[in-house]
Design a protein around this ligand. Structure first.
Ligand code: FA5
Length: 325
């Protein structure tokens, strides 16, 4: 009986000292396995006197049960600790800075276009688009631009056939809109246009934004208000602009608007009061309807706003340049 007590004490101590479940399993096998120390005690039964056997047997069973219970308790404790350790190793520190993905941004011209769209939308204009491949009637004739006008020359424009060309301005969208709608009209129309031009302030493919406002009793004051509103919102309150008298076949009177840029004036748009002949070509009565129109160059606006000296930077696709805006 003393031996049993000693074995149990020894086993309990070993169980207590186990650091993990596999050590614990070894202890279990050592004492309770088929050839384990406690299991082997049963073999001693036959050496004992018959009256001692039940007492000894019961004591061995009691020892076995006690050890089993302790082993299971220890197993629970160890596996709980192991789980905690595993979860701690898996834990994520949500306060660490993440891996930053460079997702890019809108091209500077798209940004300017959206900015201008927002300004005109806030004044009640809506945005419409037209085709880049146009016919000469929409691009020239309906805009009161006669055969002799230099813009019609093949030296100045890109023709597919005698009557089909890449539009040279966004003004044909005025015609398409007026043919589809009755006044009052307030639209802007951004898009690409094409000309045989190429230098530091001229591209062969550039972006314009057309504006058209048609209603009764429209005057130059309405035009000036809209342009000044646009210019101060894009360039700030101190922006210096000037209106110069100019000529377009489709407006009368006509103006060019310059903005102070670096140490010189840069022309950003053409504008004027819609010519009665244009109204006639779309079937509007010029005695009833009046309006203003303008066409501005988006690259020019971006150049002035950001101090870009060479217009060709917009189409070079140099990421170093584009990242600045
Ligand atoms: C026109 O294209 C007229 N359709 C504008 C207009 C509309 C006048 C409605 C009256 C009523 P212009 O050719 O001046 O006008 O061009 C307008 C603007 O486009 C210019 O002020 C300039 O900012 C820009 N622009 C003209 N040519 C180029 C070019 N090759 N590269 C970049 N921008 C240009």
């Amino acid at each position: 009986m003393d031996e049993i007590t000693k074995i149990v004490q020894q086993a309990l101590e070993e169980i207590q000292n186990c650091e993990n479940s596999s050590e614990l399993n070894s202890v279990r096998v050592k004492y309770l396995g088929k050839k384990g120390i406690v299991t082997s005690l049963m073999k001693k039964l036959k050496e004992l006197a018959p009256e001692e056997r039940p007492i000894f047997g019961a004591a061995v069973n009691k020892a076995k049960n006690e050890l089993l219970k302790k082993i299971n308790e220890k197993l629970d404790e160890l596996s709980q600790r192991e789980k905690e350790k595993k979860y701690a190793a898996m834990a994520v520190d949500v306060t660490l800075p993440g891996a930053r993905k460079d997702i890019g941004h809108f091209h500077i011209l798209t940004q300017i276009q959206k900015e201008l769209e927002d300004i005109f939308i806030s004044m009640g204009f809506s945005v419409v688009e037209g085709p880049e491949v146009e016919d000469t009637w929409h691009n020239f004739d309906a805009l009161n631009t006669p055969e002799w006008h230099p813009a019609r020359d093949v030296q100045d424009s890109f023709y597919f056939t005698d009557k089909i060309l890449l539009r040279t301005h966004t003004s044909p969208v005025q015609i398409r809109t007026m043919l589809n709608t009755q006044p009052p009209i307030a639209i802007i129309s951004p898009g690409r246009v094409y000309r045989r031009d190429y230098d530091a302030t001229h591209l062969p493919m550039f972006t314009q934004m057309e504006g058209l406002f048609v209603d009764k009793n429209v005057t130059v004051k309405h035009l000036k208000y809209c342009l000044e509103e646009m210019v101060t919102r894009v360039f700030g309150k101190d922006a210096k602009i000037r209106l110069k008298p100019s000529f377009f076949p489709f407006t009368e009177p006509s103006f060019e608007v310059d903005v102070w840029f670096g140490n010189d004036w840069l022309e950003i748009l053409g504008a004027g009061m819609v010519d009665p002949n244009v109204f006639k070509s779309v079937g509007y009565d010029p005695e009833i309807w009046s309006g203003f129109a303008f066409g501005l160059g988006l690259e020019r606006i971006a150049m002035v706003k950001y101090g870009i000296k060479d217009i060709r930077d917009f189409i070079r696709n140099d990421v170093k340049f584009l990242e600045n805006y």
